[in-house]
Design a protein around this ligand. Structure first.
Ligand code: SF4
Length: 194
């Protein structure tokens, strides 16, 4: 993004709005995880190995901004790992296997762009709900580590809906401004090779 200052100038206010949404998500997550006394620490089912799809161009641009703040050797190694992970992911899918590959942004258990990580990385782990007009609410359970640590705790509502709506509105505004028509659905490795 540093290489295209004009585009960065247009994107900047959108990225700032995204940072505000993410701060709200982090706050809501922290409130819930504190209630459960849930701690995300090394578990067998590392969510950084999950084949999560991300659905907004905004998150893609935010990740690129995070990478652009790293030194060039580190960012080059991220793009190399992304190419390898993407290739392995394509092979696994072709062979009908479940894809479980470490995110190229994870180094020794640490997210290299922690402050710029996408939405699902901020919300995953604790039970939640989604409420869209005219539809039954959808409830999702916590991750495996959550179930082990907090199975006896009563559910505390964590409604993802307002965050999804804010993200969708921001994405719409940004696409309009930049003239982007395509939808977005990519895993991180895929984002970093395209
Ligand atoms: S972006 Fe960061 S938190 Fe999200 S999967 Fe990759 S390493 Fe893990």
């Amino acid at each position: 993004m540093k290489s295209n200052p004009e585009k960065h100038k247009i994107l900047s206010p959108f990225l700032n709005r995204l940072a505000v949404i993410f701060a709200d998500i982090d706050h809501a997550y922290l409130t819930s995880s504190s209630y459960y006394n849930f701690h995300c620490k090394g578990c067998d089912e590392n969510c950084c190995m999950t084949h999560f799809f991300h659905h907004t161009h905004m998150e893609y641009f935010y990740i690129l901004e995070g990478i652009s703040e790293l030194d060039s050797t580190l960012s080059a190694s991220i793009y190399k790992k992304a190419r390898e992970a993407n290739q392995q992911s394509i092979s696994s899918i072709q062979q009908g296997d479940t894809v479980r590959l470490m995110c190229p942004l994870n180094s020794n258990g640490i997210c290299l762009i922690y402050n710029h990580r996408p939405m699902i990385c901020r919300m995953h782990g604790i039970p939640h709900e989604l409420r869209f007009p005219g539809k039954q609410p959808v409830f999702g359970k916590g991750c495996k580590a959550f179930e082990v640590q907090c199975e006896k705790k009563q559910y505390r509502p964590f409604d993802r809906t307002p965050f999804y709506v804010s993200m969708a509105n921001l994405e719409k505004d940004m696409k309009q401004q930049l003239g982007i028509k395509e939808k977005f659905k990519k895993i991180i490795a895929q984002m970093l090779v395209d």
